[in-house]
Design a protein around this ligand. Structure first.
Ligand code: ANZ
Ligand code: ZN
Length: 819
């Protein structure tokens, strides 16, 4: 064995071996327990970044560990290949998006292979290939038939100069990113998936996802946003009754006005009698409807001049248009209670509207001062007629029932979750399989006509989707009436592709169906690993798709991902590593210089997976040095040329030998727990390093000593092999084994070795520490007492005194009580 550690060479050799043996190529084997380990697939942006390396190393360590535990492990990889950056690159470099994408895929695949990840490459997929997206076109037509797809108009960002729809990220400060023109909003017909039909199940299912971080479950709960409330009708003179949704019916007697969204029918109707409203409505419509932005708006409004009749008091209250009321939530109208809602409070202060307190703090001693802010907490009703004195829960029920009786309201559950708009006015995506016919309307492409293939190799100027300029693409015949018709030129949101790719990995070669029974064997995913940025949309859409596929009989179970690990960010000098900050470190340089194992070891050692990881050059060097030391230690050991035989006779081992043997098994137990259960890979590595330190001090060249060292080195190599698989592959052979380490079982701690032969006891005199002794585990009470009293330092304190009592705390201490 070479004295020097040469990562490039040994990594190439290990990878060639795995490739030749097809070590990670798996098939369904019902006799074995399966483990589906999945890392979120990358967008092929060009090169791997450090976040990818971290994500995929974590996944690989888990996969390799499970493999050694005897599981049938599926770990696939693929490409989330559609999306905007390919179009941007096409404009900049004048290369077709497909060409750019495939080139990136080739480069990044080589990088992943260089890192030695244990992927089953035979299952690789790219979402931009027709053999992948044809199945989501198929699924779309099925969902359409099931009534889970519909078309409605929705607004988009329109660039009036480039004459194109812009993605949100292409709108910079309200202007088109290329033209600089002020972006307009346009209403155009778009396709929606009815995710709200699964809202309740998506919410309740979160309770069972105990293998997910609580934070992610909370984010999903908030996103779904279930609210229990009451929808209340206010009569309006000369108009339809106005419905409002409230979660606080207890505050009904405090309503002093109504606010409606600018797009509310009543606002549009009021313009007829009050034309000056038009300008304000337009201004509201220009500003975004994103909730985060609306929260920060200065509260603005205008009186419509109309009045609503309070359902309980019969009082007339004014109806205002307010810029913070969203048309997309509830009914687009709000009963304003300025005394108990902070937004209404600010609005009422601005426009001099009355503020009427109807809730007081539960605690009798407290009086709320309404001159500063609203009292928004729940409390006890005042100034509320027959409802005065009730608390929130009582008032909720009483007022809701009363409104139901008089036919002015009904209890209602509202969700924040909206249906998923999947239409994108872009080229580089899956064509929506619809044919628009002037006679028959939107007609789905029939199953046998699928896929609708996206033309590749197109010239792309970024102004208009190339599909709209390609009659050979869009001109077609209506499948229903046979007349001339046009294809949809919109494509799917790229979240469509990532919502089901984990299903397709189970059967990527099936060209007659989307899924097959192989999916029943592998699914659901046992461990999913990815970034927290996907906590809401991707994971929610994937859960939605899984339930849809389940209802179509295509998959078993209810949830796609049993366990979820969200890895932390990679930082440099405390800031997130990112292109925009210009502080990235290219992992390729790291790999070129030190090899894949050093990169993997550094990343896993620097922090636990969920926490952020601070990039450190010295940390990388430390990892490299450790591997070099490991290499040298094994080289020196095998150079002695003795036959490594691991037969220990525990009884004849020296104390040092026993200690080393015990340390080996303690480390095996700890690392198994750290990697297998706790996912604290950093402490696992630290434990192995500690064992290496113990070994460095172990200076014993007897045959038993040699066996002890052999056992320790074998343990180190086995325990590190999921993390630094290449060096471990080589060292395992060097240690005299014929079998490749990837085919060796994960080591188990020998309980016998863990038993301590000797124990240390602290000796106290009258509770003060005076020394310590080492006794055999089988020492009797008399032996312990005698040994304790014989200590010189103990003698000094007990001489001439009477020993009244000897307290022995087993395995801990001995206290001599003297008078
Ligand atoms: C009266 C009231 C009194 C309200 C009070 C709150 C406090 P969640 O919990 O998110 O469902 N609301 C309803 N529709 C709205 C819309 N389209 N745009 C803006 N706000 C709207 O919130 C429900 C509450 O948000 C409702 O309860 C309503 O204000 C407001 F002391 O009604 B509340
Ligand atoms: Zn037709």
């Amino acid at each position: 064995m070479d004295e020097h550690y040469q990562p490039e060479q040994i990594e190439a050799e290990a990878q060639a071996y795995w490739e030749q043996q097809q070590s990670f190529c798996v098939t369904e084997d019902p006799s074995k327990e399966k483990f589906y380990c999945l890392s979120m697939f990358p967008y092929p942006s060009g090169r791997l970044h450090m976040g990818h390396v971290r994500n995929y190393t974590i996944g690989d360590v888990i996969a390799r560990y499970q493999h050694m535990k005897g599981k049938n492990v599926l770990q696939p990889m693929g490409w989330d290949a559609f999306g905007l950056p390919a179009e941007n690159a096409a404009i900049q470099n004048r290369v077709p998006p497909d060409e750019w994408t495939y080139k990136n895929i080739d480069y990044m695949r080589r990088q992943l292979k260089r890192l030695g990840f244990a992927y089953d490459w035979s299952r690789e997929l790219a979402t931009c290939r027709a053999d992948y997206y044809r199945w989501e076109q198929w699924l779309f037509t099925k969902l359409l038939a099931k009534g889970l797809v519909y078309k409605k108009t929705a607004s988009v960002n329109w660039d009036p100069v480039d004459q194109t729809v812009l993605a949100n990220e292409q709108v910079v400060d309200g202007r088109g990113w290329r033209s600089g023109a002020i972006v307009e909003r346009r209403e155009i017909p778009q396709w929606f998936l009815k995710i709200t039909a699964y809202g309740e199940e998506l919410l309740n299912g979160l309770d069972q996802l105990t293998g997910w971080p609580e934070q992610v479950r909370t984010m999903q709960r908030n996103w779904i946003g279930r609210s229990e409330g009451v929808e209340i009708q206010f009569q309006v003179d000369g108009n339809q009754p106005l419905s409002v949704f409230t979660t606080r019916p207890d505050t009904l007697m405090g309503v002093t006005f109504i606010s409606v969204a600018a797009e509310h029918p009543l606002s549009l109707e009021a313009v007829k009698t009050k034309p000056e409203l038009a300008l304000f409505i337009e201004e509201c419509q220009r500003t975004t409807t994103s909730e985060a932005v609306v929260e920060t708006l200065v509260k603005k409004g205008m009186d419509t001049g109309r009045k609503a009749i309070h359902p309980l008091t019969g009082e007339a209250v004014p109806i205002w248009i307010a810029n913070f009321v969203l048309m997309g939530y509830g009914t687009g109208a709000v009963m304003a209670v300025p005394a108990h809602d902070q937004r209404d409070y600010e609005f009422a202060k601005t426009y001099g509207l009355p503020i009427k307190q109807v809730i007081t703090p539960q605690d009798d001693d407290k009086v709320w001062d309404l001159s500063q802010s609203a009292f928004v907490e729940k409390g006890v009703l005042i100034n509320s007629g027959q409802f005065t004195g009730l608390n929130f829960d009582q008032a909720f029920v009483a007022i809701a029932q009363h409104l139901e009786q008089i036919g002015r309201g009904q209890r209602m559950i509202n969700y924040r979750l909206r249906d998923w708009g999947v239409s994108r006015q872009r080229y580089w995506g899956t064509p929506i399989p619809i044919i628009n016919c002037t006679q028959c309307g939107a007609v789905p492409v029939s199953e046998k006509e699928l896929p609708v293939v996206l033309p590749e190799g197109v010239q792309f100027d970024g102004v208009c989707s190339p599909l709209k300029q390609m009659p050979e693409f869009y001109q077609t015949i209506c499948p229903q009436c046979g007349n001339q018709a046009e294809r949809e030129t919109d494509t799917f949101d790229t979240f469509f592709e990532s919502s089901w790719y984990y299903v397709r990995y189970c059967c990527p070669d099936n060209n007659t169906a989307m899924t097959d029974k192989r999916g029943h064997y592998w699914l659901s995913v046992d461990q999913y690993i990815g970034g927290i940025e996907h906590a809401v949309l991707h994971l929610l859409y994937a859960r939605f798709f899984y339930k849809v596929l389940r209802d179509m009989g295509l998959v078993n179970g209810h949830e796609p991902f049993t366990n979820l690990l969200t890895q932390g960010m990679v930082l440099k000098d405390g800031a997130k590593m990112s292109k925009s900050k210009g502080n990235t470190v290219d992992p390729q340089a790291l790999i070129d210089r030190y090899g894949a194992d050093t990169a993997r070891l550094f990343i896993m050692f620097a922090a636990p997976p969920e926490q952020s990881l601070e990039w450190s050059e010295s940390g990388v060097e430390g990892s490299y040095r450790f591997l070099k030391r490991l290499w040298r230690t094994v080289a020196a050991h095998v150079a002695q040329g003795k036959v490594a035989k691991l037969d220990f006779d525990l009884k004849t081992l020296t104390t040092e030998q026993k200690n080393l043997h015990r340390k080996v098994h303690e480390t095996i137990a700890k690392v198994g727990d750290d990697i297998g259960r706790r996912y604290t890979f950093n402490t696992a590595i630290a434990a192995v390093m500690e064992l290496m330190n113990t070994l460095a001090k172990f200076d014993d060249n007897s045959p038993q000593g040699y066996s002890g060292r052999q056992e320790a080195l074998e343990a180190v190599v086995l325990l590190l092999s999921p993390i630094t698989p290449h060096i471990c592959h080589r060292l395992w052979l060097a240690l005299g084994h014929k079998e490749a380490i990837i085919d060796v079982s994960w080591p188990e701690a020998n309980p016998e070795a863990l038993i301590k032969a000797e124990i240390e006891l602290i000796i106290q005199v009258n509770g003060k520490r005076r020394g310590q002794i080492v006794v055999g585990v089988d020492a009797t009470r008399e032996m312990i007492e005698a040994q304790a009293q014989n200590m010189l330092n103990v003698q000094r304190f007990i001489q001439g005194k009477e020993i009244a009592e000897v307290v022995i705390v087993p395995n801990r201490l001995v206290n001599l009580v003297v008078r």
